[in-house]
Structure formats: C-alpha cells, structure tokens
Write a protein that binds this ligand. Structure first.
Ligand code: G6P
Length: 372
C-alpha cells in the first residue's frame, strides 16, 4: 500500500488531491454542449424521470451530507419536493410513501448495511423506482436498484471520505438537471439555466485544482486548532450540510469535538458556547445569504469568538483582528458546495497530522459498515 500512496504521506491526502480528476471522470461522457446527456442515468431513466413527482434520499455518514446538499438543488432547480434521511432512522419508522416518489440511495461502498436494508424495505413500499448513486459498480446496492449512476472516484482507502463525497455531489447535480429537464414544458428545448450550469460543471475540475493550491495557507491555519477541544462550523443554505461535513471530518480524524449549525440558529443555543477558546469555522460563498451570514459572524466576534472563514473573493470579508480569512476562487453559487468542501477536508487533515492520529484508520471507525 505504501507504493500506492506515491508522494503522499496518507491516502486521505492523496484522495483529496485526486478530486479534480475524479470529478472530471464523473462528468466524462455525460455532458453535451449545453445539457446533460439524456442517457447519463441509463436508458430506463428516460422513461422513469418524467413520472417522478418527489424524491426520497437515503444514506449514511458523509453520503448523507451529499444528500442534504441535493435537497437544496432538487427543490431549487427541478422544483420537486425532496426528503433526506439517514438510513438507520428511516428503516425503523413507519414511513408514508408519497405518490410517484423516486427512492434514491447514496453510498460510496454500496454495501452499508442500513442503506441496503432501507432499499430492500423500499422495494415493497410503493415507490416509483429506485436509483443508486454509488462508487462501486458491482455492489449489492447497485445490483438491487432499478437505476444506477456510478461515481468515478476510484478506490477510496482513507476511512474519512473525501473524493467519494465530491463525486457524489457532481453526480447529484447531473440527476438534478436530468429531473429538471424531464419536467420542462418542452424537454427538447434549450434551457439557459441548464446550459449555464453545464458550463460551470466543465470548469469545476480546474477550480478544484486552484482551490487545492490553498493547502499551504490551510496548513498554517491548522496550527490554531491542534490544542483545541471543540470547534463550531457554520454555513447557511446548501452550505449548512458542507459545515456538517467539515465538522464530521474534524471529528473523525482529529478527535476534536465539532458541531455544525446553520448560522441562523446560532442565537438559539450555540452562541452560549462561544468564547475565546472556541474556534468558529464558517463557509461564506457568494450567494443570497452571504450578508445574513456576515451578521451571524459579527455575533460571534462580539462574544470574543475566534473566526476562521473560507470566503468568496467578492464577499467583502477580509482578515481582521480575531478573524482569519482564506479566499477561494470564484465559483457559480450552485456549485460552491463542492468547492467549499475542499478546504474543510484539508483543514481536518492537517489538524489530525499535527495531533499525530492515525489519519487513514481513525480509532473505532470502519470504511464500510456492513453489519448493523
Ligand atoms: C462509514 C465511513 C464513512 C461513510 C459511511 C457511509 O461510516 O467511515 O466515511 O460516509 O460509512 O458509507 P457509504 O459507503 O454507504 O457511503
């Protein structure tokens, strides 16, 4: 295995750096000039997607966070109601299945016991059909689903998921755009929104590459975390799940207790925790909510909280006393969750290295949880 790591010290770092190329591989053969290719989700999808009236997404761990981002995309761009739930909850409660609902599972391995059990339950529960977005083409999840969309992340060895997550997001955007098109009044007509997003998707590998160049700055920032016991991650909208993923990465590999909150909820509890021993990490892309986020950050500053912000260059967020800011490359706001994930992965990685933990095999965790 040492050889496979190449120049990298850990698989997690190697896999983080592979993201530009595996995102490109996940898009490969699935885009036309200004639209997602109709067969991107397989021939059967072309018949099924126009009938879909709602979406139920089921997943665990990092894959669940990808599902949470997709909910924002599907409701905004395809106009379809979307629910997301962790498999271990879904499979043990009384579920009311909505009419013409597509059951979507997300999984890197395709063998997670709870996700698989949820799919098996769903098959007899009255869903319109099932789709697996998965990184393992031969897995049980793919074999047992009606449709599949394979992410092209390649083998992921590090227990903490990195490239599987960003390729899931890439695939979920392809699903979102396919659902959108299936519900257009004229599904053959050019759609300017789709055309703009397809162009933005094409630039994603390049922007991911540029974002990874911030690694040295992030490594310096990580020094402020090595002695901390807690951290709070904030985001709004589709970046709330990205804050959750950032917190999960830090927990998993550095063993620092981390929580994520939608920034608008700060005043309903977590603000009581904020003092100068509590680092607060915020993701601040340029979107409709950035001004609201900035006032949330002021609430943290006013209580002596130390801020670490990943921000758009045009967000007018600049470093000041008590606030460190790293500017990311400009990115279309729909695609920003994919790009804003990268610095959070790198931050967790460098903190873990400083703490001397077993980055690729964190204590008590497994890569794939195949038993309940
Ligand atoms: C484990 C892994 C996580 C992963 C989760 C779901 O907890 O440590 O990294 O996100 O399982 O796995 P899946 O293969 O279904 O995406």
């Amino acid at each position: 295995q040492a050889a496979e790591k190449g120049e990298y010290r850990h698989f997690m770092l190697k896999e983080t750096y592979e993201q530009p190329s595996v995102i490109a591989a996940t898009l490969e053969g699935r885009l036309a000039d200004n639209r997602v290719l109709p067969h991107a989700l397989g021939a059967a999808a072309m018949e099924l997607l126009p009938k879909v009236k709602q979406i139920q997404i089921i997943a665990c761990g990092t894959s669940y966070h990808a599902g949470m981002v997709a909910r924002y995309w599907i409701e905004r761009l395809a106009g379809l109601p979307c629910q997301v739930e962790v498999a271990s909850e879904y499979r043990y409660r009384k579920v009311v299945v909505a009419e013409n609902c597509l059951f979507v599972t997300l999984s890197q391995s395709g063998e997670t016991a709870d996700t698989l059990a949820a799919l098996r339950f769903a098959k007899n529960a009255g869903y319109l059909g099932s789709l697996a977005i998965c990184n393992a083409p031969g897995s049980s999840l793919v074999r047992e689903s009606d449709l599949s969309l394979i992410t092209q992340a390649g083998p992921e060895i590090g227990v903490a998921s990195t490239k599987a997550f960003t390729t899931q997001l890439t695939a979920l955007l392809l699903l979102t755009l396919s659902l959108r098109r299936a519900h257009l009044p004229d599904p053959q007509a050019k759609d300017v929104v789709e055309a703009e997003l397809v162009e933005a998707l094409r630039s994603l590998p390049r922007i991911a590459e540029a974002t990874l160049k911030l690694d040295t700055q992030i490594e310096v920032m990580a020094q402020d975390f090595a002695e901390k016991n807690h951290a709070l991650f904030l985001g709004r909208g589709s970046h709330y799940p990205i804050a959750m993923e950032g917190a999960l990465k830090l927990k998993e590999i550095s063993y620092i207790h981390a929580e994520a909150y939608p920034a608008g909820e700060l005043k309903h509890g977590p603000l009581a925790l904020v003092d100068d021993t509590m680092p607060v990490i915020a993701v601040a892309p340029k979107d409709d909510l950035v001004d609201k986020l900035k006032s949330n950050l002021q609430e943290v500053r006013a209580r002596g909280g130390e801020l670490f912000v990943f921000a758009d260059p045009d967000s007018f967020l600049e470093p000041e006393d008590g606030m460190k800011v790293i500017h990311l490359p400009a990115i279309h706001d729909v695609l920003a969750p994919i790009i804003y994930t990268l610095p959070l992965q790198l931050l967790a990685y460098h903190v873990a290295v400083l703490k001397g933990t077993d980055v690729d095999q964190p204590r008590n965790l497994a890569k794939s949880v195949t038993v309940e």
